[in-house]
Design a protein around this ligand. Sequence first.
Ligand code: AHR
Length: 616
Amino acid sequence: MYGIMFEDINHSGDGGIYAELIQNRAFQGSTEFPSTLAPWEAVGNAKLSLQNNTVPLSSALPTSVNVAQGAGSKAGGVIGLQNPGWWGISVKPQTYKGSFWALGSYKGQFTAKLQSATTSHVWASVDIKSECHQGKWVEHKFQLNAQVAAPDTNNTFVLEFHTGQGSVNFNLISLFPPTYRDRPNGNRPDLMNGLKGLKPSYFRIPGGNNIEGDTFNYRWKWNETIGPLTQRPGRPGTWGYENTDGLGLIEYLQWCEDLEVEPVLAVWSGVYLNGYNNANPDVIPEADIGIYVQDALNELEFIMGDVSTEYGALRASLGYPKPWKINYVEIGNEDNLSDPTSYTSYRFRAFYDAIHAAYPDIKLISSTGDLTAISGHSGTDYHEYARPNIYAAQFGLFDNANRSHPILLGEYATIQANKADPSTPVDWSGAEPRLQYPIWIGAVGEAIYTLGAERNGDIVIGASYAPGFQNLNNFQWGPDLVSFNADPDHVAFSTSYHAIQLLSSHRYTHTAPMTSDSGFGPAFYVAGVNSGTTEYTFKAAIYNTTVPVPFNIDFEGLKQGAKAKLTVLNAPSGLSYNVAGGPNVVKETVTELAAKKGGVFSFELKEYDIAVLTTI
Ligand code: AHR
C-alpha cells in the first residue's frame, strides 16, 4: 500500500538525494536555462569564462569553463575556481571521491581542496599530477580525505593550478561523499536511510510534472539519462532549473534494488506542460504519436530485454547485462480525460495497446485523475492535495469504487490548514499560503484517507505522499515529506513521515471483516489479518473529539491472555510540525496489552491519535 513518489522538484534530485556535491558541475544549459558560471567563482587572480571549444568534452557536454590568468597578475601564482556546493558542503572525517576533465597543455600539479568559506581553513587537500595533453580532454581522478568534521556547511570545493603555462579548460568537475551502499554516482545515505525507514513497497518514477517537460522536446528522455556522465546532456526540468540527469533511469532502478521496492515506471504520454488543457501544438498529434510509443517500448526493452535485443544489448554494453523487471507502467502524469487534445481518443489508447501487446503481464495505469472513467483499461492514478478536514471526510471514498480497475493514489498531501467551513476546498490561486511543513492534524487526516484505502486494499494498490523531498535552500513546492539542507544532521522527517512510517511498517495480507456497535467517526479504523493465521492488525485514527474513544476488540480465534502491542502516535497540538535540526514533535507510546475475558483487548484513544494494535 505505501510507496514513494519521486521527481526532481525542490532540488530533491540535483542538490538533494543525488549525492553530487558540486553545483553546476558541467555547465549544462538549454534555451530555457542557458549555461551559466554560477555559482563558480574565481580563485586567485583567475579569469573565468564559459567556452564552447572546437574540441568539446562530448556532444552532450559542449560547454566548459576556461580558467585563465587575470590581467595584471604576476607569474608563478596560483589560480583556480571554487564552488560552494548546493548551498553548502558537509565536511566529515571521510573520503570524498572526485574527478574533473581538463583541456590544455599544463604540466604541473593541480590541487583540490575542501576549505571553510569563512576562515579559509583547509579540511582536506590533495595534489593531482596533470595528465593534460594539448588538444585532448583528459580525466583526472582524486580523493580528498578529511580528518575532522567542519563545524558548519559553509565550505567550498577549490581546484587550483600554477600560472605560467596558459589557461586550462575544465568540465564535469565532480565530488562525491560516501554514498548509500557505496554506489558510484549514488545517493545521500541520510536521505536513503529515511526512505528505507518508511518501509515502502513501490517507487513511482520519474514524476510528476517533471517527466512532461515545459515545451516541445523538453520531456524526460530516458535514453539521455543513461551511460557515462559525459554522455548525459541534461534537460530543463519543469521546476525552474536545469536537471543534470546524473540521476537517470539506471540509478532509479538501482534505487529500487537498494530499497527493495517495485518500480512504477512513468512513460511520457505525448503532452508538454504548456500544451495541457488547450489546443496547443505541444500535444503530439495522432499521426506522430507512434514515434513516442515506440520510444516507450524501447525503454521497456532497455530495462527488461535480454542481451539479444537491441536495447537489452545497449544496457549490457553499459555494464548491466542482467535485466530488471517492470510490472507497472503509468502512461503520463495527470493527463485529464477531459483534455480536448484527448488522452483517451488516441494518446492513452496508442500507448496502452502497444505496451499491452508487447507485455501482457504489465499492469498499465492511466493518469486521468478520475476514479471512474476508464473502466476496462487497467488502473488509474488519482492525485489529491487537500486540507485535513477534506481527507478526514474521505474515509469512504473508495468503498464504492469500480472494482474492475485498480487505483493508485500516486500523490497526496495536506497542503493547507483547515478553514471554519470544513468543506472549503484548497486555494490554488496563491492567495492563501501553503503550509511550510506538514502539520500533525494533516497527518491524521491523511491517515484517515489511507486507512480508507487500506480498507479497500482489493482495489487501491498504493498510496504515496508527494512531493517526497525539499531542499530548504531552494524549493518550489511545500509542504514536503522530508526537508533537508547540506547538513545530514539537519534533516526534518515530517509529521506525515512518522504517521506513514507507522502505518507502512504494519502490513497484513487481507483486510479482516468486522462488526461494530458504532459507526465511523470520530474513530476511523481498519482491521487486517495474515491469511490463515490469527495474526491481526488493527489501525485507527481519531479526528475531532473532546472525549477519549473506548475500544473493546475481540479478534476471532484469540482467547483471554492473548497479547498485543499498541503503538500510538500523537503531537502536542494538531498544528505541531517538525523542522530541520529541531526535535521530533511526534511522540510514540508503546503499550503491551493482554486480552481480557472473552479475548477482548481494551484501550482508549484520544483526539488526533494514530494507533496500530498488533497481536503478538
Ligand atoms: O507533487 C507536485 C506536483 O503536483 C506534481 O509534479 C504533479 O503531478 C502534481 O500536480
